[in-house]
Ligand binder design. Structure first.
Ligand SMILES: Cc1cc2nc3c(=O)[nH]c(=O)nc-3n(C[C@H](O)[C@H](O)[C@H](O)COP(=O)(O)OP(=O)(O)OC[C@H]3O[C@@H](n4cnc5c(N)ncnc54)[C@H](O)[C@@H]3O)c2cc1C
Ligand SMILES: NC(=O)c1ccc[n+]([C@@H]2O[C@H](COP(=O)([O-])OP(=O)(O)OC[C@H]3O[C@@H](n4cnc5c(N)ncnc54)[C@H](O)[C@@H]3O)[C@@H](O)[C@H]2O)c1
Length: 479
């Protein structure tokens, strides 16, 4: 690389999703000049094709599901959803797919934004292909952070491109509900989008290749979500996938399932997981394999590349594919880059400022379905797989006074896992209406390693759903 036309910064961030923006914010706050490179919209997947639009579609659906069961409100909400109004709300929550607000914020905190496709070009160097066809060369004094996120992964089905399938981008940005929608994959994307579009008027068939929905959480959660999806009219099928599919000349999708059944649909959504956006970012120039997830240590440093200058933060490192967890990593990576630039020793102990301990111990997640599923830390299956000795305590949330106030027909369940040796909570799962807002109590209990006996002094207000914490302690005491 020639030394001409090279712009030098302390830090280069590739990808202005929620994670890249937060890395850049923290390095700028640490006094390091920072440039962020973005090839599409500043704000990333989360703002335009993931969290924001999906939650905007789901909020009216979940509110209505509760409201129809609260006496006195039913007559006001018994009409179907106003689909145009829901979609207009979704559009506003996605900033109409314009990133002016994000760009304004980036500038306001002193970060330089460079539009274009970034590629590593050897040690601490990045080459950016700009929209006008030019090339800008960047050099970093201290660090390059790869924050390029992930994209939908499609299964290796012959002819899948000619199907013109929906991915999560189409499912979150569609202009109208398809009459018949087949959803393949029963992870969070599949189940949330099946919930949204079924409520918005589509006839949804949801195909799970596992024996239940949401295979990463406790099975009882997926069972309740299945029940509600079926009550809402969705056709939920287990142990099945797509064997073959084609889009006919009249635009329909004809699908043959692995169990031999045939389906016809207007659209087919593949919600079959994520792949890293790393195939064309110059990984080969630093000795890495294009298309791989970028493994890091707990300081978010890519250890396979010597010199402690390359970081991978957010979805692209595959540690925990959530916006909040990527932003947590971003705060840590920013602190690590700042400390190294100042020549300071890192503090990488468990739960220390330069260690993403929560990525392995306490990743919270809320699935915004009817009912919601909220979980953090271990499930029973994960405890078994990792050989952790745990005590499992369950309680029906519907027996709690606050839940009945919330909704008289409340059904839900809570489970906590207590580490037998350390006597601290190491996992919690709640399923039921409104449990998303309950989750942070569990996240604090796990990350602060609160001794379980101390939880008796954390008194939940009456009558709130949080009283389930007290019921869990009583169940444990009396069993
Ligand atoms: C349908 C759906 C719903 C979701 N809902 C939630 C939710 O409710 N809550 C939650 O916590 N998580 C949710 N997620 C996950 C969440 O979207 C991701 O974890 C999050 O977006 C990851 O942020 P990121 O910054 O790492 O990557 P991204 O958001 O993917 O951003 C990466 C950015 O990098 C840019 N980029 C990529 N390559 C280059 C390059 N070579 N040069 C320049 N720029 C580049 C991209 O254009 C993009 O702007 C959802 C995901 C999906 C698919
Ligand atoms: N509310 C939230 O926080 C939220 C919402 C959506 C997504 N996310 C994040 O996005 C990530 C990606 O979600 P996702 O649902 O796309 O992926 P996932 O990995 O969670 O689930 C993918 C599902 O597709 C199935 N699958 C894969 N290939 C298949 C095939 N050929 N046929 C049938 N089924 C197949 C898998 O068995 C799995 O059940 C999640 O890890 C989650 O962290 C979070």
């Amino acid at each position: 690389m020639s030394t001409e036309n090279i712009r030098t910064y302390d830090v280069i961030v590739i990808g202005a999703g929620p994670v890249g923006e937060n890395v850049a914010d923290r390095t700028t706050a640490a006094g390091l000049s920072t440039v962020i490179v973005e090839s599409e919209l500043a704000g990333g997947e989360c703002s335009y094709w993931a969290c924001e639009p999906s939650k905007a579609l789901l909020r009216p659906v979940l509110l209505r599901a509760d409201a129809v069961h609260v006496p006195g409100i039913h007559p006001a909400v018994k009409e179907p959803l106003d689909i145009d109004a829901v979609l207009a709300h979704r559009d506003r929550m996605s900033a109409d797919w314009k990133d002016d607000g994000q760009v304004e914020w980036i500038k306001s905190v002193g970060i330089d934004l460079l539009r274009g496709h970034g590629r590593l070009a050897g040690k601490r160097e990045v080459s950016v292909e700009t929209p006008d066809g030019g090339t800008v060369r960047l050099r970093a004094r201290h660090a390059v952070a790869v924050c390029t996120g992930s994209r939908a992964a499609l299964p290796p089905l012959p002819g899948i491109e000619s199907l013109r399938p929906w991915t999560s981008r189409d499912a979150t940005s569609a202009r109208k509900p398809p009459e018949r929608l087949v959803v393949v994959g029963a992870g969070v994307v599949g189940v949330e989008m099946a919930t949204a579009w079924q409520a918005l008027g589509s006839r949804v068939t949801l195909l799970a290749r596992e024996e239940g929905l949401l295979p990463r959480v406790e099975p009882f959660a997926g069972e309740l979500v299945t029940e509600r999806l079926r009550e809402a009219g969705a056709d939920v099928r287990f142990n099945v996938s797509v064997a073959a599919a084609e889009r006919t000349q009249d635009g329909e999708v004809r699908i043959t399932l692995t169990d031999g059944c045939e389906l016809t649909a207007d659209e087919i959504l593949f919600a079959t997981g994520r792949a890293p956006r790393s195939e064309d970012i110059g990984l080969d120039t630093v000795g890495l394999i294009p298309g791989d997830w970028l493994a890091t240590d707990d300081s978010l440093t890519v250890t396979a590349v010597p010199g402690n200058w390359l970081y991978a933060v957010g979805d692209v490192n595959h540690r925990a594919l959530f916006t909040h967890q990527g932003k947590y990593q971003a705060r840590i990576a920013g602190a690590v880059i700042g400390a190294r630039a100042r020549g300071e020793q890192l503090d990488t102990g468990r739960w220390a400022p330069h260690s993403g301990t929560a990525d392995t111990e306490a990743v919270p997640g809320v699935v915004f379905t009817d009912p919601e599923v909220a979980s953090v830390g271990l499930t029973v299956r994960e405890a078994e797989l990792t050989g952790r000795a745990v005590e499992v305590v369950d309680h029906e949330i519907g027996h709690v006074a606050g839940a009945l106030q919330y909704r008289p027909d409340y059904r839900g369940r809570a489970r906590i896992l207590i580490d037998r040796d350390r006597q601290v909570v190491v996992g919690a799962t709640f399923v039921g209406p409104g449990v998303g807002e309950l989750l942070h109590s569990a996240t604090i209990a796990i990350s602060a390693e609160v001794p379980v006996d101390r939880l008796w002094h954390a008194v939940p207000a009456f009558p709130t759903i949080s009283e389930v914490w007290l019921r869990l302690l009583e169940t444990r005491r009396d069993s």
